[in-house]
Design a protein around this ligand. Sequence first.
Ligand SMILES: [Zn+2]
Length: 475
Amino acid sequence: MRTLITNGTVVNADGSYQADVLIDGETIAAVGAVGPGGGLVGSLASALTGSGADRRIDAIGKYVIPGAIDAHTHMELPFGGTFAKDTFETGTRAAAFGGTTTIIDFAVQSRGSTLREGLDIWHAKAQGNAVIDYGFHMIMSDVTDDSLAEMDLLVGEGVTDFKLFTAYPGVFLSDDGAIYRAMQRTAKNGGLILMHAENGLVIDIVAADLVAAGTTDPIGHGMARYAIFEGEATNRVIRLAEAAGVPVYIVHLSSRDALDAVREARDRGANAFAETCPQYLFLSLDDMGDGFNGAKFVCSPPLRTSDHQDELWNGLVKDDLQVVSTDHCPFDFEGQKELGRGDFRKIPNGLPAVEDRLDLMHDGGVVGGRISKERWVEICSAAPARLFGLAGHKGVVAPGADADLVVYDPNRKHTISAATHHMNVDYSCYEGREVTGGSDIVLSRGEVIVEDGEWKGTAGRGRYLRRTATGGAIR
Ligand SMILES: [Zn+2]
């Protein structure tokens, strides 16, 4: 099966140009600039000699971009006695509607279990269900001699990074010694350390004080988790990583305080990276103030006051932040978020976002004049591919890469709403927001899976991605 996408503007992280894209089977066979007379030139012309294309897609006036990569999702995550509502089927389908063709989800090692047990559970959730390709990070919540040895095996199986927490005491929190041991091991096996950096022990004290003083509404969640606690933990874990000689990546960075720590580290040459998420760029603490309705916006780290937003955008412009991921972790307002009525500490933490990221970043970033369209592709696709061992296969429109492509209309306007989104959750954080830009046609390994708002894919067609350890050679 050969597909030719004609007349579009190919947008990669390193530049854009008018070109046709030839897909042969699951990969991109050729990308050819269109000559002055409109004819195909170079490699594309020779690739087309012979049988020609089975299908043509006209992309005039559209971008042709690499399918986006969401490096931070939590499908079916158990949290606070319930589960994130999107399965690998519903969550990856929603991702595809939003132009995302790869996710990297977090497998979880529970306390007292092995890494292997946790990883097997996640393979079982994804296999036969995911509609796009997927990889796994590993959450480590129990650092022992045995689990340290298992890390090397996982790297060999393509699970090349390990997430540890300085938050959630009693569930995910590791003390500094445990974190340091995991870092030492990763420095040897070539992987990457991911950190949820908030000082959870101190946050729990402030949260208990707030509840005791009568603040039980969701706003208390935002009040308790000071930005200073994120800044402190971010600096601490980066310092530990520098001492261990391992690259470190801060997940879901939300505040100026944490960004300062990352920027200072990068300025002194540390191998430190960070992502932020749309909720920290587009939403603020004000959204949490509407009584219990604020539960829709409870995630950790929490939404910040709006004065942090410009600093985060600046971080994206200056490459102190390399990636925007979603931390997609949806819970219904009815029946799930409601578990925390009367005590904000019991509200499941997480937001739906996997479907909206690419459009929000296009609208707020490119249309908003903050970043170029090339930078947009970089932070949503190319940088996660490079950092997480998918370079050459994903995140680029180039011969030999997987034909994960989006024909993107930069001018189409639509309104985000729970009534029309495809995520399996009963509300949207962006209800009623009009955005400019949308995915018209989405291809995953050469197969059209979304076309003009219609679903064409099948459950289970997504494949597990065995990623390559980058060995810290990524700065
Ligand atoms: Zn997360």
